[in-house]
Design a binder for this molecule. Sequence first.
Ligand SMILES: [Ca+2]
Ligand SMILES: [Ca+2]
Length: 435
Amino acid sequence: MTNKNLLEPELPWIGAAQVTRRLLTMGLLALAAALLISPLSAQAAHTVPIVTATVGVGSVPEGVGVNPATDRVYVANSGSHSVSVIDGATNAVIATVPVGIFPVGVGVNPATDRVYVANSDGISANPVSDSVSVIDGATNAVIATVLVGSVPEGVGVNPATDRVYVANAGSHSVSVIDGATNLVTATVGVGISPFGVGVNPAAERVYVANANSVSVSVIHDDATDPETQIDSGPAGPTSDATPTFGFSSSEGGSTFECRVDSGSFASCTSPKTLAALADGAHSFEVRATDPAGHTDPTPADRSFTVDTQAPPPTPPPPPPTITSGTAIAAAVARVKGGKVLLRMRCRGRGACRGAARLVVRVKAGKRAKRLGNRVRNLVIGRGRFSIPAGETKVIRLRLTGRGKALLRKAGRRGLPAKLRGSGLKSRTVRLRARA
Ligand SMILES: [Ca+2]
Ligand SMILES: [Ca+2]
């Protein structure tokens, strides 16, 4: 019952029902334990690092560098003034590269497969003392020896910028080596007796531990150009002869230079309002310079056209669309009680409204004849109409006295008259009186 006491030492349960509950609880606890312990025990196997091999190298090995890209390991043997190259896959030493005196720090650039070994001698008069041996990882040969400060110890590499940082413990400085040329491009003073070097490639920052000044020096080694961006201002046509542009840089603390129409770049700040410009096409360019002095080689630019002339008057609103139809009359109309009953159909997109008149051509009287008019148009009836769209309606036109007389004369044949007017289609209509 030791287990029970361990699990539930303080539960004062008694009775059969409670024993059943207790057994059930224990079962659940066991299940939970099985679920919990199995992954934990599996994890536990990985949380304990194990030495899987011990590889013999040179005398007094101190610094270690790894190239993950090639799975090679570089060990600086300060006592035997060499670097042991280990194949990470087999743990076999595949090469021993002689370097300078007392090599300690090792830095690797996986991007270029170069290994940098700081030879910390500081005592001997050997020409390769106080230097960095550059090993080509492909051939395991020292391809360059770069003289640095006194007693170089730690080495850091920024693969992104191909720069190498060497802490010179004896001269309290950091030597910056350009990986492309193997030349020292800068020497930065730091604290007393710098040893360890750490690099943040993306931030272009280098951290140097100063052994005897209880501090870390943070170096910002800016190797990249800023990128300039125009954030506001006109593009295309503008009526503003003094436009204002807002702009920014990808790097904080940048300064700016602006120019207009391919003139000279001059210092400016955002927002920049331009001096009055003539009407026409113009350009605005701006370039940023970061705190390290790098100027954006590709200035940001905007093209725009100034037009200060009064804008054209806004066009009047279009007149409301009148949708009206056209009335079409039947060919025969009935005459009754001095009126013409004319059946008309309205076609089109709107109602048909207008005035109609009936016209006949008659021979002119004697007086008109003298003037040369042999015939003339005589209006014999007229009236107005209004027909809803798409409908047919009988329209009454009032006949004139002359019209009635002509109809009587025409008799059963009926009188042909021309229907004319507004809102209707002209046509000939035969007017017939009821028999
Ligand atoms: Ca920069
Ligand atoms: Ca740019």
